[in-house]
Design a protein around this ligand. Structure first.
Ligand SMILES: [Zn+2]
Ligand SMILES: [Zn+2]
Length: 299
């Protein structure tokens, strides 16, 4: 049996990633990943280029996207695999989500500006052009100005310890009452799953439980139960997300087994540094692949 290493969660410059599809393919080749999916936020714009280049490099691919959706008022992410990237309804959703993203982006930036942060107008203009503009872009806009960092540390007592981006978002933009909180209107998870199915794909809950609202397994179980009732096909049991611990992965695998779901693997890479860093026994790669195939062919 040939060795299969999969990575079904990757972001490019078509959303909030720093690498272009060709650069990602290069990284995947170096890491010996041989089955991959480009899953940009609310977009499939990079799919055809990525799939073609990966194919040439001997890497198998499946079309993908990561849709921001709401469940029980919590913003979660749903991955769609094997979707028809030209599906009209899906493209319609991407357009709508893109408008909501830009609106939220403007709100975030205005709030930081009002609080005395410096905004680089050129960079702001550049980021605004990105269809899947996200809070990570707000982070970059703020953080790349040294004076803003000072302000964060001194006035707001921000303690960045390494995972700066997510710590920054959690400290300033995640909860009502924080400096730059804005509610972004997302599609309901039920609808997102439906749309993915109608576009011929399967739906997987991305990095379950990493959002700040999931402090305990009770919330995780509640959301999971609802997603199962909406027809979710899998959970991303393995991720590089720091809060997705070994115990959590084990638990998610157990849930997947119990409900006949795929337990998928994805690094959620945004800059090439995570590709190849998820070390998981081969059997999980093979199981995920087999189940994925089974789910896709039974659609
Ligand atoms: Zn995500
Ligand atoms: Zn992601």
């Amino acid at each position: 049996m040939s060795k299969t290493i999969i990575d079904l969660h990757l972001h490019s410059t078509h959303s909030d990633g720093k690498l272009t599809p060709p650069q990602i393919v290069k990284k995947l080749t170096q890491a010996k990943v041989n089955f991959a999916s480009l899953t940009d936020h609310d977009s499939t714009a990079g799919s055809s280029e990525f799939n073609a280049l990966a194919g040439k490099a001997g890497i198998k691919t499946i079309s993908g996207t990561e849709i921001s959706a709401d469940q029980h008022g919590i913003g979660i992410h749903i991955l769609g695999y094997g979707i028809n990237t030209g599906n009209r309804r899906l493209l319609g959703l991407f357009k709508k989500q893109s408008a909501a993203r830009r609106k939220a982006f403007d709100k975030y930036v205005a709030m930081f500006k009002k609080a005395g942060f410096i905004i680089n107008k050129n960079k702001y203009g550049e980021f605004r052009k990105i269809k899947s503009v996200a809070r990570t872009h707000v982070f970059r806009l703020i953080w790349e100005e040294p004076q803003n960092r000072e302000l964060c540390f001194k006035k707001y007592r921000f303690k960045g310890t390494g995972w700066l981006q997510s710590e920054f978002i959690n400290a300033f933009m995640e909860l009502p009452g924080q400096l730059a909180y804005a509610k972004k209107k997302n599609i309901l998870a039920k609808k997102a799953i439906e749309l993915i199915h109608k576009a011929g794909g399967i739906a997987v809950w991305a990095h379950p439980g990493i959002e700040i609202e999931f402090k305990n397994d009770k919330t995780l179980n509640k959301v999971f139960k609802s997603l199962v009732s909406h027809g979710i096909d899998g959970v991303e049991a393995f991720s590089t997300a720091r809060s997705l611990t070994k115990e959590r992965s084990k638990y998610l695998c157990k849930l997947a087994h119990k409900h006949d779901l795929i337990a998928t693997i994805g690094t959620d890479d945004h800059d090439g540094t995570r590709i190849g860093t998820l070390k998981i026994p081969l059997k999980y790669h093979l199981e995920a692949l087999e189940k994925l195939h089974q789910k896709l062919t039974s659609k």
